[in-house]
Design a protein around this ligand. Structure first.
Ligand code: PLP
Length: 469
């Protein structure tokens, strides 16, 4: 991937701390970083949940009027304030003119999705013709696999990463079954080395080199939902294509989190959801990418009327004029209410830019990493304090904003105690996933999180539990 040009987070923290004549862990550093943050006003575009409204909070431990510390953007992004306005515009139109709304207004419903596709181009690094906004993520994955996975007796495997997201795993299994293939033989899964959590790029490339001739499709996630590992999309794409495979990416955790250049990287196809980092609300409108180079060769396997050219779509003559490119994969008419929600968020991304967001994200997550290592690094074992381990890669190029933490004490208890104190994050397997999101999280959020983690880990209860473990 392109080299990142930035000051290392630790250097920034040390520089700021020495300017302020304090230690990087001092609260003043967090406050200063927020003051200097040119993106900080974007937080005002979102509803930040209040302590008192969270179902898990213990009101005796928090100030009920304060904002919660929302680090769950990897699972469900917060609501942009403009969602309501845009929804009301379309509800109003519907109330006032019914079916005429299909053709008139700011978002004629017939082309509702197309009115916002342009807002997605910079986020994924693609041109408009390569992007369709439709369906849900897993549905799009199926539709794309139906066109790109054409197994032959020699080339019939799908390569994916170990511990893929279950929905992707099932999608692949069922696609193999659809072709009558044996799952054991056809599903090639790359595991990390013994004792490691993170897949090494060199190992991925080696498997592609060795097995590539029998692989029809490589389907990887862009950024792993559990470990937070960002894969080298460009290198994997090049290696796979050199072997004649099609390469697709599930970008659920990469989109809106890291910079993407799908077109320039030559990725064959990709899909993503929009309710995680893209803040479109649960079940929001998902995306699909089909590279321009396939516009006239790769056709949708399943077709509906919204894949038909708009100019003749309503002639209703049952003679398909298929749209070339991604929009030909659309089957049904677009859900206008979902378009409204997504538009509200994408407009904020357009204003903030992915480049600036990523720059802030590197420092924000770097700050979180610095604080965790400072208080709970492995070298602290002799102090008898709990150890907090970060399983997410430490290289900035290999991760996004998410860090996954494992603990030397029971993780379930830690999550419960954090939730009582108004920290919103989640647990997968043995790790707690925390995602400071550059659009609406602050450096002070990270500072407060670390303080709360301190108080949880120092509580009498945890000490008792440590003796039990
Ligand atoms: C979130 C996520 C999904 C969810 O799929 P939906 O079809 O949107 O319900 C699928 N795959 C990955 C990798 C995800 O992170």
């Amino acid at each position: 991937m392109e080299p990142l040009l930035f000051e290392l987070p630790t250097n920034t923290l040390q520089r700021v701390a020495s300017e302020l004549r304090c230690h990087p862990t001092d609260e003043r550093v967090a406050l200063h970083l927020d003051e200097e943050d040119k993106l900080r006003h974007f937080r005002e575009h979102f509803y930040i949940p209040k302590m008192q409204d969270l179902p898990t909070v213990d009101l005796s431990l928090v100030n009920k009027d304060e904002n919660a510390i929302y680090f769950l953007g990897h699972s469900l992004g917060l609501q942009p304030k403009m969602v309501k306005t845009y929804l009301e515009e379309e509800l109003d139109k519907w109330a006032k003119m019914g079916g005429y709304g299909l053709d008139v207004g700011k978002r004629p419903w017939i082309i509702g999705d197309e009115t916002i596709t342009g807002l997605m181009t910079d986020i994924v690094g693609a041109n408009e013709k390569e992007i369709a906004l439709m369906n849900g993520l897993t549905v799009n994955l199926h539709l794309l696999l139906l066109s790109f996975f054409k197994p032959t007796p020699k080339r019939y495997k799908i390569l994916l990463e170990a511990k893929a997201f279950p929905s992707d795993h099932y999608a692949i299994e069922s696609q193999l079954q659809l072709h009558g293939l044996d799952i054991e033989k056809s599903m090639l899964i790359i595991k990390p080395r013994e004792g490691e959590e993170i897949l090494r790029t060199e190992d991925i490339l080696e498997v592609i080199e060795k097995e590539g001739d029998s692989i029809a499709v490589i389907l990887f996630c862009g950024l792993h939902y559990y470990t937070g590992q960002l894969f080298n999309i460009h290198a994997i794409t090049q290696a796979g294509q050199a072997k004649g495979c099609f390469i697709g990416f599930d970008l659920a955790h990469a989109v809106g989190n890291v910079e993407l250049h799908l077109h320039d990287w030559g990725v064959d196809f990709a899909c993503w959801c929009s309710y995680k980092y893209l803040n479109s609300g649960a079940g929001g409108l998902a995306g699909a990418f089909v590279h321009e180079k396939h516009a006239h060769t790769i056709k949708p396997a399943l077709v509906g009327w919204f894949g038909h050219e708009l100019s003749t779509r309503f002639k209703m003559d049952c003679k398909l004029q298929l749209i070339s490119g991604a929009n030909g994969f659309r089957i049904s008419n677009p859900p206008i209410l979902l378009v409204c929600a997504l538009q509200a968020s994408l407009e904020i991304f357009r204003e903030a830019t992915m480049k600036a967001l990523r720059r802030k994200s590197i420092l924000l997550t770097g700050y979180l990493e610095y604080m965790i290592k400072h208080y709970y690094g492995k070298d602290k074992t002799e102090t008898k304090k709990p150890v907090v381990n970060i399983i997410t890669p430490c290289h900035i190029e290999d991760r996004g904003c998410l860090l996954t933490l494992t603990f030397s004490v029971p993780v379930k208890y830690i999550l419960e105690e954090l939730e009582k104190r108004g920290v919103v994050c989640d647990k997968r397997e043995n790790g707690i996933r925390v995602a400071p999101v550059p659009l609406y999280n602050s450096f002070h959020d990270v500072y407060k999180f670390i303080n709360l983690l301190n108080s949880v880990l120092e509580s009498a209860e945890i000490k008792r539990k440590m003796n039990v473990v």
